[in-house]
Each structure stands twice: as C-alpha cells, then as structure tokens.
Write a protein that binds this ligand. Structure first.
Ligand SMILES: [Zn+2]
Length: 676
C-alpha cells in the first residue's frame, strides 16, 4: 500500500470513528502531526542568542586582536551550533537519557554604538555609590592574606598586579539588568530574546573601579544579609523574573568589575586556588589581560575567554541547561497533586523549628515549577533520637559502629532505607494521583558535620529523584542559614533543576562542575536563582522557569506518546481516537508557542493534550500506571540489612571512586561557602 493511500484510508476511518457506530476497529493512529505513538521524541527549536558588546572594540579586518579587542571569529570557533538536553542523574546510570528538548542556535553579534554606551555608563554612574574596598579587592592589591585573619596584609601593592584598586563604586545588579533589558531594542534586539551583554568600562575616561551588588538579599528565616558580604559582590547578573512585565532574558558579564570573588579571580598569582592540585581556569580583571608581569593574565586575550563564558556558563548553564532529574516525576502517569511531605527531625535542645522552616512560603515558591499541579503540605515532627539518630549519624560518619558494613553507608544507604520504609507506610493512606514529595529536615543540636545544608537524593538504581534532605546545626544557623531556602533549593532539584554552576555540554558529551578547566563557570551563580550557591535569591528566576516549562512540554509530549503505545497494545485505539486528534492539534499549537518563547503557554497546551489522552485511555480501561521508584528497588523488599542485598551506589559514590565521571561537587547539594 502506498503511503498516500494509507493516509486517506486512515483519515476515513478516523471520521468513521467519530460519527458512525458501525465501524472497523482501529489498530493504528494514522497520520498525526505532533504525536508519535511509542516514540521518544525531541522538541527541536531554533533559538536566537544575542551577544552584545558594550565598551569593547572590534578587531580591524586583517589585523590580529590585541588583548582587549573582540574578534567574533573566537566566538564562531567556540560556540555550539546545537544543544540536546539530557536528564543528568538518570544518565549517570549507564545510558544517556534525553530530556526531549533540543536547540539550533542562531547567534547575533552586536557592538553597541557610542550613544548606547554613553547612556549606559551614565546610568551606572548615577545609580551607584562609593563604598570601602571589599576584603577581596584588598586581597587583589596584596596578592596575599594574613594566615590568621584571612585579611589582606601588605604595606605596598604586590609587584605582579597591573593596577592597584583604589576605589569601590557599588552598583545595584538588578537595576543594571533591568536597564539593559529595557534598552535591548536600541541594540536591535527584540524584548524577551536571550541576550548576553559583555560589558567593559575600563577603556573609557569615566571608568571607576566598581562592583555590582544585591545588597538587601537576606536569608528567609534568619534575616542574615548575605548580600552585604564581599564574597557576594558580583561581576555578572541576570535572569530575574520581573513581576507584572513581559519575560526578560538578559545576563550581563562585566570583566572590568571587582575582580570576581566567586571564582577567586582576585588571586592572579596562584594557578590552583581550590587546592586540588589542578590549575583553576578563571578570568582575571580586564586590566590583567596582556600583562607582561607574572600574573594569570600573562599571554591571555579577552575575546576567547568571553567566548568560553558564553558557551560554558551562559548557554549551557543558564539559557538551555540540562535538568538533573526527570520533570515527569512518575512517568507515564504524571501526578495531578503534590504534597510536600515535611518531616522535621528535632534534636533535643535544638532551635525552634517554627522559626527556621516556613512551609507555606516553601509551597508558594516551589509550585511555579509544576504550575498545573495542585500543591499541599503536611508536617510531622519527631525526635531525632533512637534508630533515626543512628542512621543520621551514620550518614555523616559520626558513629561508625552503628553503620552496617554490608551497605554503602557513606552514600547515605541506611538513612535512605529509613525513609523508604516511612514512605511505603505513608502511601498506604495517600489518595491515588497524589505524589508525596518526602522532605526531611534534620534540626541537630550538635555540630555533627561541617557544611552540608541539603541534598536532593536519587533512588540509587534508576536515577529517579527520591528524598529531599535539609540539615541545620548550631554552626550552620550561626553562619546565617535556616531551613526554608535550602528546602526550596533541594525541592527545585527534586523537580528537575540543576545548579547554575554545573552542567552538561551536549556537543562534547561532557559533564562539568566549577573546578579545574571550568573553575570560571562559578559565575553562573551570579544570576537570579535559588539554585545558586551565593544565597542572593530566594525564588526561581526566568531561566529556571523557561527550562522547567520546556522540560514539562517535552514530558507531556513523550508521556502522551507512551500512553498511546499502551493504548495500541490494549487495542483501544477506537476509544481514544477523538481525544488523540484533539490532543495532536494542541501539541501542534504548543510547538508554535514554544518556538515563540512562550514556554508556559506551550506547557499549558501540552498539559491539556496529555490530560485528555490520559483520561480517555484510563476510561477505556488501558492500564496506565505511575512509575513508583520506592516499589522497584533491588534488594530492599524486606528492608532487613544484609541478606544478599545488592550494594546500591549513588552518583556520590561514583564521584568518590571515579567509577563514573561526575562533577566533583555532586550535582544536587547545597553547600556552605563560608566567605567573608
Ligand atoms: Zn544544590
């Protein structure tokens, strides 16, 4: 049968199915435009990325670039042509698992004209204020620190720096982002398009040594102003979700600011700054480029470094990142309701948990990541003692005699098993269709561990998300932390999101984190996102929302495709046919919204299509079941220790042993960065 004839025959059958009682049973779906039953599909889109230079000059044709000139050939050589996202932790278990979102990039280079530059630097001059030097600016001047205080310790500036920093003009980072977003049309960019602004003030006569700030940023529970710390002064910012305004997708990066404390760029002397024995590649302040002195700026040019920042920070980690977990949660039957199932494990004498964990704020902040799902939250408080205290201590290696030698205790195995047991009990009384998102907040009254704030655990077997843990000790509270922000961050991981400082390069099939050759990608943290480590945001930013709504759109599409395969196997094609045709047209419309950067609109249509097919399939008696990781664990049926149980290695373990390459700082934690 030729294809055209088959299509006509099936179309006829489809019409019959909708208007006639007397029809031939259907076993195939015929020609659909967006749906591909039984297929793992990818939503491909063309994505324009604007790269705008402000204060930079382009190389003269035919001449080599000097240290601070821009040659767009550097970008052409470095930037990726495509991106194909993967579910990172599931992919660490043996087979690369695609998210179903891919991109073909279209780059647009713009050199801002004189009047734009004059207005921008006039704006920053007017909005900023002179402040004392930060500790890190002092450390740059000295290139040393007093070993006892960690403070700069010199009478005269170090001989190997190119300039002494003599002032600190502080500029509000959010106002700067908003100004640049409000003025995109002046550089030929449409509002809402992904745009990197590379800024250089240094080559202008009105230059001031400066830094950007989010000065008011404070911890939700303790009110500690992280934004006031020198370590939180910025050279980059963007990705804010602006209220009551169209989406803005702007990130700026100013190499003439600070130098950047978050990538240790104030140290231009020592190649290895994190002490792991490998040189840490980072971008020095712009005036160090092309220096003749013994500095990390020797022999370097700005242009290729900015291209690295564009690829490995802005594009891979902010604009089109890969998720760590599946957004679908329980494929192919995705939940309609999510309950934040909070367990407070209260240590005797520990601080009042009511002042450290705000569940209604937690819920209101995370529910944007599953916008078509109804959220609720419950809290259960128990004493951190007995067997729970044992497994908790085992997790941090405090008391090794309570840890079973048969299990991978250092990867949290006993703590994990404790949670599985509780979760299985809770599901006995949970209504079908509700997803229990298990959160354990350990409120310890002793300093059992040094700096882990939280973890979003996987199941150790399929890379499916399992538990959210958050941790507090007296020292961590003294450092300024409560539970709420950590729990929002970890729940963000659980619902799929990666950090803005680690990720995946799809053309190179490379996972990387912020150390060694990629130390500089810590600047991804300088963006509006609770997924950052720098404690300057409480909510999910525009880049997080864009990513999540793309993941959801693809998840709805692919889980509809999976359900259609179940329908076909159950020989129920007839019963769902009208729903499938309607859903197919919704997915076509979803793709159009997606291409137009309306990712929420795309996800909404995809959700509607998915739901109608799911309902029709269930009504027809097709068995569509949610994947429940806690029912599918190898060697855990009885939950008794030993007895032939298979060791279950998490990516944490793999990172420790080198069995599988994984970012050094594992992809799902929230760690303390104690810096002044
Ligand atoms: Zn994290």
């Amino acid at each position: 049968m030729n294809h055209k004839l088959m299509a006509i025959t099936l179309l006829g059958a489809g019409l019959l199915a909708s208007c006639s009682m007397d029809r031939i049973p259907q076993t195939e779906f015929g020609a659909l435009k967006a749906l591909k039953p039984g297929t793992q599909d990818t939503i491909n889109t063309k994505l324009k990325v604007n790269i705008v230079f402000v204060g930079y000059r382009q190389t003269s044709p035919g001449q080599p670039a000097t240290a601070r000139q821009i040659d767009t050939q550097d970008f052409n050589q470095t930037l990726p042509g495509t991106y194909d996202a993967v579910n990172r932790i599931p992919s660490a278990y043996g087979r690369t698992e695609k998210t179903g979102t891919s991109f073909d990039f279209d780059y647009n280079y713009v050199f801002a004209n004189q009047s734009f530059e004059d207005d921008f630097f006039k704006f920053v001059s007017a909005t900023g204020a002179a402040k004392p030097l930060t500790v890190q600016q002092g450390l740059y001047n000295c290139q040393n620190a007093n070993p006892e205080t960690g403070l700069p310790d010199c009478d005269v500036p170090a001989g190997n720096i190119n300039r002494e920093i003599t002032g600190n003009f502080e500029i509000d980072a959010l106002k700067t982002e908003n100004w640049l977003a409000d003025n995109v049309s002046r550089v030929g960019v449409k509002p809402g398009e992904y745009t990197i602004y590379f800024v250089n003030w240094f080559d202008r006569p009105d230059f001031k040594f400066h830094s950007y700030t989010r000065a008011d940023a404070a911890d939700t529970d303790t009110g500690t102003k992280f934004g006031a710390r020198g370590s939180r002064r910025l050279i980059a910012w963007g990705g804010s979700a602006r209220e009551n305004a169209p989406a803005q997708r702007v990130w700026f990066y100013d190499l003439s600011a600070n130098p950047d404390p978050w990538t240790d760029a104030y140290d231009v002397t020592n190649p290895d700054v994190d002490g792991d024995g490998a040189a840490d590649y980072r971008m020095p302040p712009i005036w160090e480029y092309g220096t003749r002195k013994a500095s990390i700026g020797y022999g370097r040019k700005v242009s290729p470094d900015l291209a690295l920042v564009a690829r490995y920070t802005a594009i891979n980690l902010l604009f089109t990142p890969s998720p760590i977990y599946r957004a679908a949660l329980t494929p192919p039957d995705m939940p309609e309701k999510i309950n934040l199932d909070v367990h407070v494990e209260q240590g005797s004498g520990a601080a009042d948990p009511a002042k450290l964990l705000n569940n209604s704020l937690l819920q209101s902040r995370v529910q944007v990541l599953q916008p078509f799902t109804a959220f609720s939250n419950t809290t259960k408080q128990t004493a951190l003692d007995g067997s729970l205290a044992d497994v908790y201590k085992c997790y941090f290696g405090v008391s090794e005699d309570t840890c079973s030698p048969d299990y991978a205790d250092f990867s949290g195995e006993k703590l994990f098993q404790f949670g599985v047991k509780e979760l299985r009990e809770e599901y006995k009384t949970t209504p079908a269709g509700t997803y229990q998102l298990p959160i354990y907040s350990f409120n310890d009254n002793t300093n059992s561990q040094g700096g882990l704030l939280g973890v979003a655990y996987d199941d150790g077997e399929t890379g499916t998300q399992s538990f959210v843990y958050s941790f507090l000790t007296p020292d961590l509270i003294a450092a300024g932390y409560g539970f709420t922000d950590t729990t929002v961050h970890e729940t963000g991981h659980h619902l799929s999101l990666s950090h803005p400082h680690d990720g995946y390069d799809s053309e190179q099939n490379l996972s990387y984190g912020p150390s060694g050759d990629f130390h500089f990608v810590n600047t991804g943290d300088e963006s509006a996102s609770i997924m950052s480590y720098n404690d300057l945001s409480r909510t999910f930013g525009q880049f997080n929302l864009d990513s999540q709504y793309r993941y959801l759109t693809a998840a709805y599409l692919n889980n509809t495709n999976a359900i259609l395969e179940l329908v076909r196997r159950a020989q129920k094609v007839d019963s769902v046919y009208n729903s499938v045709l309607m859903a197919d047209s919704q997915f076509v419309q979803a793709q159009a919204k997606y291409d137009a950067l309306d990712y929420l609109g795309a996800a909404q249509l995809a959700h509607a299509g998915y739901r109608s097919v799911l309902s029709a399939a269930k009504a027809a008696g097709v068995p569509v079941t949610a994947y429940k990781w806690y029912e599918n664990l190898n060697g855990l049926e009885g939950l008794s220790a030993g007895q032939g149980a298979k060791l279950r290695f998490s990516p944490t373990f793999k990172a420790q042993t080198g069995v599988v390459a994984f970012p050094e700082e594992t992809a799902y934690q929230r760690k303390l960065r104690l810096m002044k």
